[in-house]
Design a protein around this ligand. Sequence first.
Ligand code: MG
Length: 249
Amino acid sequence: MIIIKSPREVELMKKAGRVVALVFEKVGPLVKPGVSTKYLNDEAEKVIRGEGAIPTFLGYGGFPGAVCISVNEVMVHGIPSEKIVLKDGDIVSIDVGATLNGYVGDACRTFACGICSERALKMIKVAEECFWNGMTKVKAGVHLGDVEAEIERTAKSYGCNVPRDYTGHGVGTHLHEDPYIPNYGKAGTGPILCEGMTLAIEPMILEGKADVRTLKDGWTTLSKDGKLTSHYENSLVVTKDGYEILTKL
Ligand code: MG
């Protein structure tokens, strides 16, 4: 069941979303060669708690970090670690969830660490472009499949792939609500978007094949072929004429 939020709930979600955006503003500039992903995690947690919010991912299904930090071939759910030290040329996605007053904001950015190759920078750009192209389709009355198909079309236009089993989702009082939002789909199919639906749309992009695998830690999910990956996400509310991003300052 897709839960429609009242204007009052949307206002609360904007407050949670603002905390997430603040993390990117504060922690993004700390992505530098020589820094561990544990350090970035701790700085992100300080920002979240400093705003009176709770890191949504900490303990979610047993996840041990405050945020997910996924480097290069790691697509999602990277566990922050002192042993993972960033190098010049890495691309680093930081996926942040913040719960404030019972509502969740969820977003992700992929950052360039130091001087990156054209190939790495392209991956960052493709994930962002997939998101924003998908967003051009979002408004009340359209099929969710229209959005998904546009994300997939954009990824393919760059010769990239999207995973089959990792998707965006509804968001609200819970991190994961209906509907599931794959990064592929068929226009004219799927649920019809309504005003007040709150969604986390999150293109995950694979430079090579669509196949991924998960490490023995049960979380770290990476491209099977070892090629680069990237990830971009915002939480948003569907409006009559389009949408409003919730995870912004
Ligand atoms: Mg998400």
